[in-house]
Design a binder for this molecule. Structure first.
Ligand code: SF4
Ligand code: SF4
Length: 258
């Protein structure tokens, strides 16, 4: 990423984090001291010293388990979506925003079935960014691919370009949403690797936590550039691959057992 891109990236990040960066402390009843958090990850520049990614061990991903999907929905407020009263439920099923989907692969020759969660793969060379006419679709220096809701005009070029069907378009008014995951009609959205957690210094994602809580431990999140990270060690220890690796997108999400 060049310098001007980094400056834009940092500006967007500062804007998103500004509201939450103001902390309040009660000194006495009715007396509040407002301080600007100084040692806050949100006030630090996003750098390419890290690249966030995930390894999904499909041999641990259980058939029928959707804990990661549920956790993602709750974390990002997707569970607050309401089907418009006039809409056909089948149409809603096709249009409802999903940041993670559980998919089932079946080998036609052997019949072997593999279950895996599929989400934005956080490509190093993201086609969604290449085709976006407004710059709304962008990649941070730390590898996280995002959509800037202020710039998105809803043209959906990115959805057409994404080989992983990772993005959702919001067709209806969003009545309820979480502050940490602003959403709105006419914008495209997708998995952001729990970017709010990254910017608060947390070291996991909601999906990885939920999978571990179920005892499956199929999702490992971490820094691909740190050879000492749990993610890098797992990638060094077991064979893994990119989905559609023929596209040479160098995805941040890798799968083993496929
Ligand atoms: S998976 Fe799709 S949405 Fe995600 S970075 Fe790659 S092209 Fe973009
Ligand atoms: S829908 Fe939004 S993010 Fe996607 S290409 Fe169009 S402007 Fe860019």
């Amino acid at each position: 990423m060049n310098n001007s891109s980094e400056e834009i990236d940092q500006g967007r990040r500062g804007f998103l984090g500004a509201a939450a960066g103001v902390a309040s402390m009660t000194l006495a009843p009715g007396v509040l001291l407002h301080t600007i958090a100084s040692a806050d990850p949100r006030s630090e520049r996003v750098t390419d010293a890290v690249r966030y990614g995930m390894l999904i061990d499909t041999t641990r991903c259980a058939e029928g388990c959707t804990a990661c999907v549920t956790a993602c929905n709750q974390e990002n407020g997707l569970d607050l979506q309401q089907m418009p009263a006039s809409m056909d439920p089948e149409k809603w099923d096709r249009q409802e925003a999903r940041w993670i989907r559980k998919i089932k692969l079946e080998d036609n020759l052997t019949g072997r079935v593999t279950n895996l969660p599929m989400m934005c793969q956080h490509c190093e060379h993201p086609p969604c960014v290449d085709v976006c006419p407004t710059g709304a679709s962008f990649k941070r220096s730390d590898g996280i691919v995002l959509v800037d809701r202020h710039l998105c005009i809803g043209c959906r070029y990115c959805m057409m370009a994404c080989p992983y069907k990772a993005r959702s378009f919001i067709h209806a008014e969003v009545e309820e949403k979480l502050t940490l995951a602003p959403r709105g009609k006419g914008c495209v959205e997708s998995c952001n690797l729990c970017v709010h957690r990254r910017d608060n210094g947390e070291t996991s994602t909601a999906c990885a936590d939920a999978c571990a809580a179920q005892g499956h431990h199929a999702i490992i999140f971490g820094d691909l550039k740190n050879p000492e990270s749990t993610l890098s060690k797992a990638l060094a220890a077991m064979p893994s691959r990119q989905i559609r690796e023929n596209l040479a997108l160098n995805t941040g999400v890798r799968y083993s057992g496929v």
